[in-house]
Design a protein around this ligand. Structure first.
Ligand code: SAH
Length: 222
């Protein structure tokens, strides 16, 4: 049973969420744990109230500061790829944003480490995820290009903004057998890369053409 209270009215109703899950399944998301995490995560709480009626549409939506909450299909796609044949110990997320992907990861991994460069977004996400009783998440306010060395190696690293190049530090902080999911490229042509580390080095393949906000340098204090 879900740890979230079920709300039986309007856009937050279970039926509305179920429609999203059906849609994701039709698009090839088959992992039941991923679908269940999407089903029980109250996406309407991660966006502005004015947009809440669109929360269970399969689309990215603005969350302020020029950033967006990721599209559910992309969250599901990245998560499904990330959890194949890997220990569900530590996951590092770069780009906390609204905290939506963080909430999904918190249900699938023992420990979540999430880095965000915009302090205001981090504070908001942290508060909400605490209210939703996710206590297995640690937060860092920093430039995610650097990863989070202190807790490495990670079984999975998920980057939710597009990098111009794959950051070397993230590759180094990946465990042997671990997966790195990272969008890369310029705004009009980005691809989602799935990189696996093995004893010999790294294997990489492209999962999809995607559109993410850019992975930027430095931090923003407001
Ligand atoms: N998964 C989030 C996606 C938010 S958009 C969600 O579903 O809400 C991408 C996020 O990455 C933004 O919050 C942006 O501020 C953050 N970001 C961009 N570059 C970053 C960097 N170098 N380090 C940490 N976070 C970064």
């Amino acid at each position: 049973m879900s740890q979230y209270q079920q709300n039986g009215i309007g856009m937050t109703s279970q039926r509305t969420r179920e429609r999203l899950v059906t849609r994701l399944r039709d698009q090839g998301i088959s992992d039941n744990e991923v679908l269940q995490a999407i089903r029980v995560t109250p996406r309407h709480l991660f966006i502005d109230e004015a947009l809440a009626s669109r929360a269970y549409e399969d689309t990215a939506l603005p969350i302020g500061y020029g950033q967006t909450i990721s599209q559910p299909y992309i969250v599901a796609r990245m998560t499904q790829a990330a959890i194949q044949n890997v220990k569900r110990g530590k996951v590092l997320e770069i780009g906390t944003g609204s905290g939506y992907q963080t909430a999904v990861l918190a249900q699938l991994f023992e420990e979540v480490y999430s880095v965000e460069r915009i302090l205001a977004l981090q504070k908001k996400a942290r508060q909400l995820l605490y209210e939703l009783k996710h206590y297995n998440i640690s937060y860092k306010y920093d430039d995610g290009h650097l990863g989070w060395e202190e807790h490495a190696p990670y079984d999975v690293i998920i980057v939710t903004a597009a990098a111009s190049e794959i950051p070397e530090q993230l590759l180094q902080q990946l465990a042997i057998g671990g997966h790195l999911l990272i969008p890369s490229g310029q705004s009009n042509k980005q691809q989602l890369h799935h990189i696996t580390r093995n004893e010999q080095g790294f294997e990489s393949h492209v999962l999809d053409d995607v559109r993410f906000v850019p992975l930027l340098g430095g931090t923003v204090t407001q």
